[in-house]
Write a protein that binds this ligand. Structure first.
Ligand code: GLC
Length: 558
């Protein structure tokens, strides 16, 4: 299978790319069973091509009992029948490549499913066996071993340990799971685990994929002896505020794993590794993208900056400088399948807090303010030097589904928190294609694994295609200009002279000035600039209203 060719040097394509995340179960359902599938993705590639993206990233589509929506993989080398077949995956890769769209797949190395053959074998084997040594099995504490081996907590709530039963039914050892109990953590100090993942990488590289998004990349190595950790639930943070590093996250040993992977990828040419690593500060995260490790890491510092000018400026500066120091490009992201969609998040939590879902009994967001801020934030992101990651539906301006009834929720985080937090289902709702069709065109039958909110009719793709000023056309135009002016490789310089509530910078080589107004008062643009693109109309005096971003040409540039 050939890789797509375009004007970007093949070895560097990721540095400037717009990469679109597809959450397969919610993108498009070709067979009408209510769950999205790979043939559905193929059927919508024209939409992605028209949008102008460079690559797509597919969340897991592998065989899985779906205890965590496919992030619990039972077989890394097969496609779950819900999503299709390996032949469909091959067809999708080929069809995307024909359109010059690269394909990144998700790799989940921190844990397997409890349905994985290795874990089943481990349960059927004795303590101390080689089969158990692929995971973290330990005896419990206390005289009868009925206390977990340590106090680590699951990211999804509750203890990070679950006790097993021996084949005769008596309580046995415990195993570690940083996420759901159906996601046992692998022991990466075991060479067999290392070898197996080398082989999985080659399996997909041989099928023609252009890279891997690496799930929980900062979690694979645990501190020797699994020491206690009493610093509460800051599990997804790289470090506490006082700089202590949790024993389950961001251990120095992870880097050796990625060096091994990089050596394999380099033999295949221009393929990439992208780290999902919740690590701070930016310098620490940049260690994952040193020249002999991964190519990129998601920029959660930017995502968590909220709708506040100063934290955004700081996150941008830190990211650009930390990445430049190791020769990597920066990435930017506002939404994904784990966080509240950014239009909703920026209206309800402008201070950058990562609320874990919104339910019908929670305060409801202001949809209009959200859309306005969402569009402004997207225009800001799409101008930044480096690559941008989009989440399916954000090009339509979709808000979070904030009133999902409890009985349809599926996120394990909702169950493990005993319904005390809504969880992530609200950002995973299928996306709308046709305003008049059943399930807004997600499936031909109107079936849908989660219900779409009524409001999604207004956001459907068919209502926005070719409509000047629609969010879809705004994204499309931004991506077009971004490519034409090579903003992604331009040099960012902060522009002085605006209020503290404004984010303003120039991109010299691109001949652009960006002004994002996060304050309450309208902002006057400098003389001699011409507005090229704007997230909303300017006011009658030609000023930039609150919650609006504009791209301007600097005089002299065309
Ligand atoms: C990552 C995924 C998330 C998943 C978790 C466990 O954070 O993005 O969806 O639940 O890892 O695999």
């Amino acid at each position: 299978m050939t890789a797509p060719s375009d004007s970007t040097p093949a070895s560097e394509w990721w540095r400037t790319a717009v990469i679109y995340q597809i959450y397969p179960r919610s993108f498009a359902d070709a067979n009408g069973d209510g769950t999205g599938d790979l043939r559905g993705v193929i059927s919508r590639l024209d939409h992605l091509q028209r949008l102008g993206i460079d690559a797509l990233w597919l969340s897991p589509f592998y065989t899985s009992p779906m205890a965590d929506a496919g992030y619990d993989v039972a077989d890394y080398r097969s496609v779950d029948p819900q999503f299709g077949s390996l032949a469909d995956a091959d067809d999708l890769i080929a069809a995307a490549h024909q359109r010059r769209i690269r394909v990144i797949v998700d790799l989940v190395p921190n844990h397997t499913s409890d349905d994985h053959v290795w874990f089943r074998e481990a349960l059927a084997s004795a303590p101390g066996s080689a089969a158990r040594a692929r995971y973290h099995f330990r005896d419990g504490r206390g005289p009868s071993g009925d206390q977990p081996p340590n106090s680590w907590q699951s990211v999804f709530g509750g203890s990070a340990w679950t006790r097993t039963q021996d084949p005769d039914g008596t309580p046995g050892q415990w195993y570690l799971h940083l996420f759901d109990s159906r996601q046992p953590d692998l022991d990466w100090s075991n060479p067999e685990v290392v070898e197996e993942f080398h082989d999985i990488l080659r399996f997909w590289l041989d099928r023609g994929v252009d890279g891997f998004r690496v799930d929980v990349a900062h979690g694979l190595v645990k501190a020797e002896g699994l020491p206690e950790w009493d610093h509460g639930q800051e599990l997804l943070e790289g470090a506490t505020a006082d700089g202590l590093r949790p024993p389950m996250w961001d251990q120095d040993g992870v880097h050796e794993i990625y060096r091994g992977w990089r050596r394999i990828l380099d033999t295949y040419g221009d393929r990439i590794l992208v780290a999902e690593a919740w690590v701070s500060p930016a310098e620490r995260l940049a260690q994952y993208v040193r020249p002999d490790e991964m190519h990129q890491a998601f920029n959660f510092g930017f995502l968590c900056s909220g709708w506040r000018a100063r934290p955004l400026r700081e996150a941008i500066t830190e990211s650009l400088s930390a990445n430049a120091a190791v020769g990597a490009s920066s990435t930017w992201v506002l939404s994904n399948h784990d966080v509240i969609r950014h239009p909703t998040r920026l209206s309800i939590a402008p201070d950058g807090g990562l609320v874990n879902g919104i339910g019908p009994n929670d305060p409801q967001p202001d949809e209009e303010v959200g859309l306005r801020r969402g569009r402004a934030a997207s225009l800001l992101m799409l101008a930044l030097p480096g690559s941008a990651y989009l989440y399916q539906g954000e090009e339509l301006g979709l808000p979070e589904h904030t009133t999902l009834p409890d009985e349809v929720r599926q996120d394990p985080s909702w169950f493990r928190h005993n319904g005390q937090v809504a969880g992530r289902d609200g950002c995973r709702v299928p996306i709308p294609w046709h305003s008049e069709a059943p399930a807004y065109g997600f499936s031909s039958t109107g079936r849908s694994w989660l219900p779409l909110p009524e409001s999604y009719g207004r956001y459907a793709a068919d209502r926005q295609v070719g409509v000047h000023g629609s969010t879809l056309e705004l994204y499309r135009e931004a991506i077009r200009i971004r490519r034409a002016r090579r903003t992604a490789t331009s040099t960012l310089a902060w522009t002085e002279g605006f209020d503290d509530t404004v984010v303003a910078f120039t991109l010299a080589e691109a001949g652009l000035l960006l002004v994002a107004n996060l304050g309450a008062d309208p902002v006057t643009l400098p003389h001699g600039v011409q507005v090229l693109l704007s997230s909303e109309q300017l006011d009658p005096q030609g000023r930039v209203p609150a919650d609006v971003t504009v791209w301007c040409t600097i005089s002299g540039a065309n």
